[in-house]
Design a protein around this ligand. Sequence first.
Ligand SMILES: [Zn+2]
Length: 350
Amino acid sequence: VLDLAVTAEAGWTGGRRLRQPIAVGVTGQRITWVGHPAAVRASARRLHLPGVLLPGLTDHHVHSSQVDVRALLAGGLTTVVDLGGVPAEIWPLAAGSATAADRPRIHPAGPFLTAPGGYPTRQDWAPAGIAWEVADPESAAAAVRALAPHHPVTIKVALNADAGPVLDDVTLAAVVGQSRLAGLSVTAHVQGTGQAERAAAAGVRTLAHTPWTEILGDALIAHLAQTAVVVSTLDIHGWGTPAPECHTALANLSRFHRAGGVLRYGTDLGNGPLPLGVNGREIDLLGTAGLTGHGILAAMAGSRLARGAVADLTVVPADPLADPATLSHAVPVLKSGIAVGQHVPHISAG
Ligand SMILES: [Zn+2]
């Protein structure tokens, strides 16, 4: 039974051109077909949207307990990856979030693992409990074992030599090794000379920020492009008035991108004055780093407009392949097949 047909003037199904026009059939939480609006059965409930239909959008670096998560969904984000939160707050916030109509789907990492006294234990913004201090390989492995039953999306480690002590090589190796045994990847905050290289050597799979401390060497860029995903977070360096660190990060990210590396849109929401929702400045900076509209969309798309995919839909007013800035006007439509946002009242019976 086709529950709902969402139609629009155009939609993005993953390619370098839009499909015009488009209809997306949704049953329960899933997309059950994608086709032409003329093929929609007369009995289906309908929702017609002006603009361009997109899959749900994801911010791959947020701290959701430090923002109003309802505003993030209203701002076009149907999914967020939470890269550091207090366990007692973040597990309940994430539970049930996949089908909640009032907040994005939240994929949490849980607390930071860090060296005793390491980042972010001494930061003003960091609430008690957001970091677990691990002193040696045994306590690192025990921390990962304690987190695994909560099914974190990744294990977050801090390697910030600018803000305090960092995990030594054997303790970092224990985090990565124990995570691998638990089927989990490791995501690192790298800051301070040489920390990106240490993370790469240890087998860290995701960098939570584009490295900004130093211009990375060609061999390291090539290695990262083969082995790691980089979350952009370019706008944290100045929030609209790019600081010198922004230029270093841009140089690293554009070389990583040219080397074939996979990057993800992420903003570090919850940390600093960032817009609640899709950040147009981050999108502009991704363009400066050399990404096309297609590349930016691919870095943000949390799902696909395809049969079998989870039914997360957003809509934007213009063609984001030609004009990526339109993504900052994204409005959520469906999340796991549930109507969300301002379009809810406009669904008509078949
Ligand atoms: Zn962060």
